[in-house]
Design a protein around this ligand. Sequence first.
Ligand SMILES: [Zn+2]
Ligand SMILES: [Zn+2]
Length: 309
Amino acid sequence: MQALLFAAAIAISIPAMASPDLAEKVWIHGSEECALNRDPPIDIFKFDPDTTILRQNKCVNFEAPFIYVLFGTQTALVLDTGATRDAKSFPLYDTVQTLIAERVSGTQSQNLQITVIHSHGHRDHKAADAQFQGKPGVTLVKPTDKAVRQYFGFSDWPSGLAHIDLGGRTLEALPVPGHQGQDIALYDERTGWLLTGDTVYPGRVYVKKWSEYRSSIARLAAFAETHPVSAVLGSHIEMASDGTLFPLGATYQPQEASLQLHVDDLSALNQALQQAGDKPQEIVTGKVIVTPLNVVQKVIGTLLKPFGG
Ligand SMILES: [Zn+2]
Ligand SMILES: [Zn+2]
């Protein structure tokens, strides 16, 4: 375990400007004994000076979601706020402020606005909203049907595409309901990243509405075919690099799979879903496992209820 802690320490000490390889990134991934965990509550990965990925420590909350912070010249966009409300054990707002301070210490504007949006409304993606609520310069878009449609201007949900201008950096948002109800995917033109929340990630994706999910993945795959997508990045890792799932609720995940998926993985998932047709069923592609929620409920009953997924 000491060796693993040491490995994690090396991984997070990569200099911010070294253009570290996202595919090879070893994230902090919990401990066999969380009482002994000495990792920071948030792993900070600066992909480039304007683009940071945060990962919550599994010993703070087993969901260990990923949070994306994207800077434009006017606005810092925060996609999701993680699984823990408490600012002491999970100082997300302070971390974002530090990122802003580091970035604006040069010639950049001090008056950067913060916009907080969500991949969807499950608790493990919005718990620290309270840390941002009411803070100066913060626009917090709640992950409700009404607020999401209103903010993005989706008048014919789940059709349409919304543009977000951060100042010199444009994002596109696509409705992708199915895992939950208000799910969106974000495409960042600058990095070519397609951020897919809990809709596509290396792990078990629970699907609430099968037909909606199939349509969403078809739209995502079509979008990816017509845009330069460098990486498909979701909000969790629940799989080892050999494709086996870690146990539900695991707080220690050695040899995690890469966070980074590709357009081919999305295409394979789309193909499998289209072949499966209307009947909800488990889909296993090697990179993503899709499980319809009604089947899960029959099998594991109340076990799933405490988990927001
Ligand atoms: Zn989640
Ligand atoms: Zn979810």
